[in-house]
Write a protein of this length. Sequence first.
Length: 550
Amino acid sequence: MTRTTGLSHEEIADFIAGNPLFYSLPRPVVQSIAEKFQVRRFEPEEVIVREGEPGDSFYLIREGHVHVVKYSDGRELVLAELGLGEGFGEMALLIDQPRSATIKALDPVETLVLMRDDFSVLYRRLPDLAVQMNKLLEQRVSLLESEERQGRDQEKFTSGRRLELDYSYLDLLMKLNEAAGGHEQVEHCKEVGQLAREMSKMLCPMVSEEILFAGYLHEIGKVSLPRELILKERQGLPLTPEEREKFEHIFEMAVDILAPNNALHESIGFLRFLGRKNYHDMPLEAQILKVADDYLERRSPNYRNLSEEEALAQIHAGAGSLYHPRAIAALEKNVGKYKDLRVEAQLNVMRMMVIALDRKDNYTWRHSMDVRNMGLRLSRALGLGRKEQEYMRIGAELHDVGKIFIDEKILNAPRKLTPEEFEVMKTHAARSADFFADILGMDELTAIVRAHHEKYNGQGYPDGLIGEEIPYLARVMAIADVWSALTTPRVYRVDSAGKSKAFTPEKALSIIEEMADGHFDPEIFPFFQEIVRGMIERGESCVWDEENSV
């Protein structure tokens, strides 16, 4: 049902400009199109378009999610899930044909709808739009030759998989990966499986788990190759014809290795096609896995170590021959989401470790939140951008995770540490950074966490960096770290009754000002002083209650 909305044509233009149909068009053309869009809402399970009905409109999802479904023998088969910014029905704007699938609202959905009659007027009036849509039509026609094969694949999928995949069996098989190519190969195969599974949710969600397993195991055939040859190929070095021939058979060997497990062998037998040179010779599962594998080989620091742009450019160079264009589109749609999910999952593991550490020393989690809060206030006062503030948030929350390795007798010592104990305590900065070092793209954050105990005069640890050698955000975090240490109850700072105490903001500021020379960046420190003085003037206490302050 059409609904009135507060959206202006300018806001609609901003939104639709991110869709592949429109993003290459000049702004005036996009604005003209925006004026023709209507807003419609749908309730969960409501059918938006039905397979077989005439298509007369294009939908762009503004809120919620939809399922693309087909029906076979009375069963509903979910082909894909679409969400924010994704569209469906674009071919209905160009040609009169029935809908090829049913679209159902998964939750409350708001769409922007463009009717074909309205679009036709624009199509005739705007040459840039006509050129763009003709390109789309040509791309769709070029894929028709593969549709028959896709139909056969779909029939295979709908026949049903009776397999219950055994994850304990998978763990044992992963040891073959490690034997063949070491820890680097294990991690690569895991990443390939996870990315390919996300891609498959757009193209063939009914075999997502099979594709995950295939990704995990696709390189176990390398166990037959010399380790030196595996490393040579991994780094992209030139191979002799004889060496290249050996690699052409590893996927068939992987399938042969799985033969004793009939269910697994049958389920991911498509691996044997992974070495083919044309996607037409591969089933859809192998096409998806091929794109994910080749992309991640180019991206991984342990393999080719290319940038995201370079890796995608090389994949695009094989479109239409080595790679199916649809699989490339699924890669582009999911690579950013997969990367974000993977990084966030790893960060969440570290957050859980900090919480576990808090049970060990009853201080670290609260301290980390305090460092985060002051670090963000100081970052905003310094005018730092969104990226820097996000790095501060993550880095502060996890800057002490390396303390998980420190003996609790040292962490909770109710006295000044001995020189030997302090040397052990100092290792936590480097150990915290080591956690980040394993996450792709976290080099800058790794350096920040490692340096949060460096001093501006070079007397800090672990590397004795001086002045601007210290990462800027580490200089910011160092101030927030000391502030939290002073304004948080500590086991080694007690009152006459033996109770842990924290300093008041006034006292803490006085102490920090006395130690500031040589310890902190002199250009950053005045911003911190201004923040704290404002807190004092407003009567703003620290996180802890006044009764816990001295």
